[in-house]
Design a protein around this ligand. Structure first.
Ligand code: FAD
Length: 451
């Protein structure tokens, strides 16, 4: 009997419990449905669509090597899957569980035709509970509880072959979906990425020898001290337990694993608060007097384009635009700058990241934005304001800035962190759009409104 394997952000062959179960149940029809309506505002952004195109291409080839095929369809996922089941006479759909609210709705609508498997988290999200049985709201306690359930089981290898049906249903072609940018083509700087499972496994392997140094190096944007696994993990090209075990035996990997576990935590948050992507985790912050109007719009644009006059902020925003990724330390600095120094609603930042990040992820993006903004359940106080210039110095961001802000490529020494102040800012580089003290005081005043 034919069974459907519904693929979403789990585009891999190894450690795929839904694929294994489907292969046991009958002949497998792997299907990816491009559903642009169900996610509403969180329809995939431009950078993700670029990644999706390439990862589907790679995954289709991997399936073909196993005697199978990837069927592509477009439309409302529940309707497409229901029609496809009827068309091929299948009664079951196998899939890996996801926690985005729109996927949970679709899963519920498929009812008992759907067999869900866990595979995209270190532990089943619902199982990591507080003493009173709820989801954790504070990361440190979450980590303690999760860590007691670790290590996760061993990842399963890819199946040798995948049973194929005698007749394949029709499929769209990737070209039909227009996922790649055309005019303008902004993807020239995406060339260092290789979407797909093979590269994901390579990145995990490459992390092993540097995992001990990660504790310090992960904060330094000028060096390659992190795994760059985020888009691979988001699209499920690698399972988190494969990543966990990839660094076994290479010294103390605690800090790295603790970061990896953030993904699990953020899905726990959106499981209990599905609207977290645009609703303050703590309602008292609904009173924050965010700026709006022409000046705020111009500031938002300057932030998006990396023209704030703060070199570390501008470097981060330009790296994001050029490559679809930004270093974590710099994500925190740029996010804090938007929300505090510019007093612009964190939701504007979430939107921009959503469109620009190759790793844009509903749970990770919203929880991190609300964490920086101070509006979330596990947050800094709103009054904690990052000083971008001090951060830049402390984490030695000079080379990073020179790479991403060509106007400053020739600025040497400590002046790179604040060329304006040092009196050596080249003409081509913009002046600060807001003074540090001015921005800070305005934010503190706004924070008092929410108290
Ligand atoms: P590594 O340091 O090598 O970490 C390994 C993996 O652990 C990452 O690939 C990622 O899957 C996970 N991870 C690490 N840190 C975090 C974290 N703070 N939160 C959640 N997962 C984490 N990450 C996303 O994957 N998608 C997003 O949309 C996203 N938006 C963010 C928005 C803001 C404002 C901030 C401050 C952070 C955001 N992050 C997001 C988290 C983090 O910046 C990236 O996961 C990380 O920079 C990816 O680089 P890496 O793969 O080299 O990470």
């Amino acid at each position: 009997t034919p069974v459907l394997l519904w693929l979403r952000q789990d585009l891999r062959l190894h450690d795929h419990p839904a694929l294994i179960a489907a292969a046991h149940a009958g002949s497998v029809i792997p299907v990816y449905v491009l559903d642009d309506d169900a996610p509403g505002k969180w329809k995939m952004g431009g950078a993700q669509r670029w990644w999706l195109h390439h990862t589907l291409d790679a995954f289709g080839k991997s399936l073909a090597d196993k005697g199978s095929k990837l069927v592509l369809r477009r439309g409302d996922a529940v309707e497409v899957l229901t029609a496809l089941m009827e068309e091929i006479g299948a009664e079951q759909v196998h899939a890996i569980r996801h926690y985005e609210p729109w996927w949970r709705k679709a899963e519920a609508a498929l009812g008992n035709r759907l067999c869900l498997h866990d595979g995209n988290h270190l532990a089943r999200v619902e199982d990591v509970k507080t003493g009173s049985g709820g989801q954790f709201k504070v990361y440190s306690s979450f980590w303690k509880a999760l860590n007691q359930m670790m290590p996760p089981g061993d990842p399963e290898p890819a199946p040798r072959t995948i049973p194929a049906p005698s007749k394949w249903p029709k499929s769209d072609t990737l070209a039909d979906w227009d996922l790649l940018p055309t005019k303008p083509d902004w993807s020239a700087g995406f060339g260092d990425w290789t979407p797909g499972e093979a590269q994901a496994l390579k990145n995990a392997k490459a992390m092993a020898p540097i995992v001990e140094a990660y504790d310090v190096d992960r904060n330094m944007p000028s060096i390659e001290g992190t795994s760059r696994l985020s888009p691979h993990l988001h699209f499920g090209e690698i399972s988190p337990r494969t990543v966990w075990h990839a660094v076994d035996g290479h010294g103390d990997a605690t800090t790295f694993r603790k970061e990896l576990a953030w993904r699990d935590f953020t899905d726990g948050v959106v499981l209990t608060m599905p609207d977290y992507g645009d609703t303050n985790g703590r309602p008292k912050f609904d009173k924050l007097p965010w700026r709006s109007g022409k000046d705020a719009e111009a500031d938002l644009k300057a932030w998006q384009e990396g023209r704030t006059g703060y070199p570390i902020v501008d470097a981060g925003m330009r790296q994001l635009w050029a490559t679809g990724w930004m270093h974590n330390r710099v994500r925190m600095i740029t996010a804090s700058f938007l929300v505090k120094h510019l007093l612009i609603d964190w939701r504007e930042g979430e939107r921009w990241f959503w469109d620009c990040l190759v790793d844009a992820d509903y749970g990770n993006n919203s929880v991190n934005w609300q964490w920086v903004a101070g509006t979330g359940v596990d947050s800094n106080m709103f009054g904690r304001i990052m000083a971008p210039l001090t951060q830049s110095e402390k984490f030695d961001a000079g080379d990073y800035i020179r790479e991403w802000v060509p106007e400053l490529a020739k600025v040497t020494g400590e002046a790179i962190h604040d060329p304006d102040e040092s009196g050596c800012s080249p003409k081509a580089y913009p002046a600060k759009i807001v003074g540090h003290r001015e921005g800070r005081e305005r934010a503190l005043e706004a924070g008092r409104h929410a108290r």
